[in-house]
Design a protein around this ligand. Structure first.
Ligand SMILES: Nc1ncnc2c1ncn2[C@@H]1O[C@H](COP(=O)(O)OP(=O)(O)O)[C@@H](O)[C@H]1O
Ligand SMILES: Cc1cn([C@H]2C[C@H](O)[C@@H](COP(=O)(O)O)O2)c(=O)[nH]c1=O
Ligand SMILES: [Zn+2]
Length: 212
């Protein structure tokens, strides 16, 4: 588990900011981890601002919502530049679905960290084709801390780091959930449609998990 670097409340001219990236496939727990860190920052009574791209309205127009229904309020923005304009005076900036932002997001995160803010960014590191997604490689290289989280392969139960697309579209951007994607390990991702029937569905085990 990621342990936050501690920071005293220095005057602005003495502050040091930094960038944390949380990456992985779909269903790997990126949003849960982002919410966990932002909640702890709020408990520390830090001033927190949270953003997501307007494109991502799957669960809620404004809130960031995890696949397990954890949520936290956020501000949807159309461009990365808007984040810089709106996050100027806070201590901690949270950004979800970073892969959907324009390439300016890299300079924006850098500028926020340079002016003393803690920037926590979550996003898909690979698209459905297994290719690096948008600005994520650049963000990972300029970040002080990178956490890669993993899902469970729904075909075989191994650790998964691919998002396998179940529908024929080849468009890079295609919003969806378990209707159009599943988490897969390397072997089952490479097998494609030949990987066979999945052995379990998240919906089947969800009740069992929450009963424990
Ligand atoms: N194949 C899977 N592997 C792991 N967790 C899954 C899977 N399918 C659904 N989940 C659920 O998704 C949650 C993670 O959701 P979330 O944080 O929104 O992931 P991400 O933002 O990476 O897509 C898990 O805690 C679990 O409840
Ligand atoms: C792999 C892949 C995903 N997407 C979309 C599908 C979802 O709407 C989001 C990812 O959400 P999550 O919080 O990480 O589960 O991205 C896409 O548009 N293109 C892709 O290749
Ligand atoms: Zn597998």
């Amino acid at each position: 588990m990621f342990i936050e670097p501690t920071r005293r409340r220095e005057p602005p001219h003495l502050r040091t900011g930094w960038i944390e990236v949380i990456c992985g496939s779909m269903f790997s727990g990126k949003t849960e981890e982002l919410i966990r860190r932002l909640t702890r920052a709020r408990i520390a009574r830090l001033n927190v601002r949270i953003f997501k791209p307007t494109i991502d309205t799957r669960y809620h127009d404004a809130d960031i919502v995890s696949h397990s229904s954890l949520s936290i309020p956020s501000t949807p923005v159309q461009t990365a530049g808007q984040i810089l304009a709106m996050a100027g005076d806070c201590d901690v900036v949270g950004i979800d679905e970073a892969q959907f932002f324009d390439k300016e997001i890299v300079a924006v995160c850098d500028a926020l960290a340079n002016q003393g803010q803690r920037v926590i960014v979550a996003g898909l590191d690979m698209d459905f084709a297994g290719q690096p997604f948008g600005c994520m490689p650049q963000l990972m290289s300029i970040a002080e801390y990178v956490t890669k989280v993993h899902a469970i392969c729904v075909v075989c139960g191994d650790i998964a780091h691919y998002s396998y697309r179940l529908v024929p579209s080849q468009e890079r951007v295609l919003l969806g959930e378990t209707d159009s994607y599943e988490a897969r390990c390397r072997r089952c991702f490479n097998l494609g449609d030949a990987a066979g029937q999945k052995e379990w569905a998240y919906e089947d085990v969800k009740g069992v998990i929450s009963e424990k």
